[in-house]
Design a protein around this ligand. Sequence first.
Ligand SMILES: [Zn+2]
Length: 874
Amino acid sequence: MADVRTSNLPDAETAPEAPLSPTHMAIRREDYRPPDWLVPEISLKFDLGIETTRVRATLSVERNGQHDRPLNLDGDGLELVAVSVNGQPAEHQMDGPALVIDIAADRATVETEVTIHPSANTKLMGLYASNGMLCTQCEAEGFRRITFFPDRPDVLSKYTVRMEGNAAAFPILLSNGNRVAEGKGGDGRHWAEYEDPFPKPCYLFALVAGDLKANRDSFTTMSGRKVDLAIWVREADLPKTQHAMNSLKLAMAWDEKVYGREYDLDQFNIVAVSDFNMGAMENKSLNIFNSAYVLADQETATDADFDNIARVVAHEYFHNWSGDRVTCRDWFQLSLKEGFTVFRDQSFSADVGSPAVKRIEDVRVLRAAQFPEDQGPLAHPVRPDSYIEISNFYTATVYNKGAELIRMFHTVLGAEKFRKGTDLYFERHDGEAATCDDFVKALEDASGTDLSAFKIWYSQAGTPKVKARLDHEGSTATLHLEQHEDPTPRQPNKQPMPIPLKTAIIGEESGAEICPERLIVLDQPKQSFRFENVSETPLLSINRNFSAPIMITAERRPQELDKLAQADTDAFARYEAMQELMMAALTAGARGEPVDCDTVIKAISATLKSNALDPAFKAEAILVPSDTLVAERMDVVDPDAIHASRDRLRKAIADARGEELLAAHRSDGVSGDDLSPKAKGIRRLRTVALGLLSAGDEATAAELAKAQFDRADNMTDRQGALGVLVSLDAPQRQEALDAFYNRFHDDALVLDKWFALQAAAQRRDTVDQVLKLAQHPDFVITNPNRLRSLAGMFGGNHWAFHSADGRGYKFLADMIIAADKLNPQVAARMVPAFGRWRRFEPKRSAMMREALERIAATPGLSRDVYEQVSKSLA
Ligand SMILES: [Zn+2]
């Protein structure tokens, strides 16, 4: 699956978007036992209806090993109509929601018939209705809401699916694999039959029935096979599907070139759905997508939306091998498919765009979403040891830190050996349910490299902290490193970790790389490394390209950082030097200490004026770290002090360098439909510069923003301008909001932006605005995208959410309680906004704890929210 990320908003950080009971038992990794019964084949017959659907399942079951345990089939909310074994009515019992059948023989055919109610399914797990169509979401445990089955990823079956329904309501009938038969029934009904030749776990099952139209194309694979491609949407949305189609074909070609992986069926379908809990789902040959990750045109989608669509389309496609052909043995191994596939989609996006800017974005997401997770009460290893509700583990740790782990393997082995390793992994485990250890073993066997020390990254939670100091004497520089790992819940004692650090020495006078980059692996608590032939004052360039997902504190003077920001030969390190410079000023300001604004201003000015840097990089480099990121550096968080410090620095920059910012804001026009990295960079810089200008003279900035808004021939400029205006007190603010609403209120995805921009506004009255928006007729709590746009986005608005009167806490807690009754998975993903209550100043800390306690005391709380809340309070 692809996680959902709130779209990039200008000059504000994306929310650490919230990822995804007393009777709630923890499931532990060490208790894993192979399945008692296997199901080599399953045949499903659906009699489809929006209100009621009837499902008949025929399972051929086989006893797995020597035992006399009964067949235990998971179920959830199913109305059982009939059960038979080998054609005879069968004795059976219910064990809670599970169906238990005693079977004497080692093999049998088990038939069940159930009814389910798609339109009443507000959890959006299993089979549900969305805008008159029927669709499914089964990962992680949704299949048990469709039929009785051993719902675990290590039970792989061949599927035959027959579905029948009203031809007018459901003209299009889709499932996994190949369509093998179809026909008409009586009473305006029709049917279709699908066969998927590849055995798969039930979480990859999919079905779609509805009134859809396709954008069709084809792709010829490297062995010359033609694959029919189709993207299915409502007819009116067809013109918005071309970017997704182009992205799919690019991804198919990329996976052949970079990983040698070819697509394996004759058809590949993508379906867009407007009510969807996550980003998208990689069901074999029938990917189901949140429409936000399919639909785009210049009028309605930003450059970031276009990039996200390419990323998610590629991510789900890549799962065909890293997830479908080789799946996970159990849900503790989720990162086996997700960490690896995120690494693959990050590499793809870097290859088709700007690698330096892509790396900066990846690291920003990691820092904003994963680092807080790793340091809070919900910290867990990349391969968790236990869970109550697996939906809560679709986290930035499993996905993004998991991807960093794979990237470290890639860094240590080099591209060629890494590829040999993945080839062996796919060859060895094709058609199997594998583990993270299997993956590492394949890399080790193919490369002849012992990676066992690195496996601690799978099991130990928390972000390592590294201190670095460079000594210089004669022609030798010595790098002294120290690492430290803080305790995390259930892991009080930590081991040192192997930390691969790409390091180089830059000459202060020459600005050249005087000691070329080398890979250092810090694997002791304290270690020193020598650099020879250091002929001038050395500057330390460390963790280049962010080679390890750690927090590093290097002893460096502001002048050193200023020099590195201009001269470092690694683009990421240059960005990092700039960020460190600003961070030092911001944290000093928040603590009430004297602030050195001048060095920051000088560095920003040099960055803006540099001809060697492209606009996209400039925009990233001058972006002032968000309140959330500053809070991560404080021992005691005072949101007002942080916000004031950030405002002062932004104002100092705007006052001192207004002319240069204005020039960047006005940099030469590019056409709105130009999606080249350069054009995107110019648009990004235009809005980032505008955001900084707005910290100076508000009235002038409001005029500039309104002009950009009115003139915009694309959503990037329009949303960027509105994103600046919403935080200002100027008459243009409401004019622009109204114009935006009137123009786009019929387009759900654009209306999401309208809600999200206001929820992210940096204003004293944001809580009032958000409370009003929650009463707006267009606010629909059952639609996950809309809920995330308002409540999710607000939870990530550091200053507003943490407003001193506690009303932000009350609002979000109320939302979580209300949403939990409808869709526990989505509600639970908003809880982490409260997670780090212990780090806040005493008054806020107490109010956050009270909010959590109030949620915990709500009767009938779901397992999802119970787990998040009880762990946050523990
Ligand atoms: Zn995924």
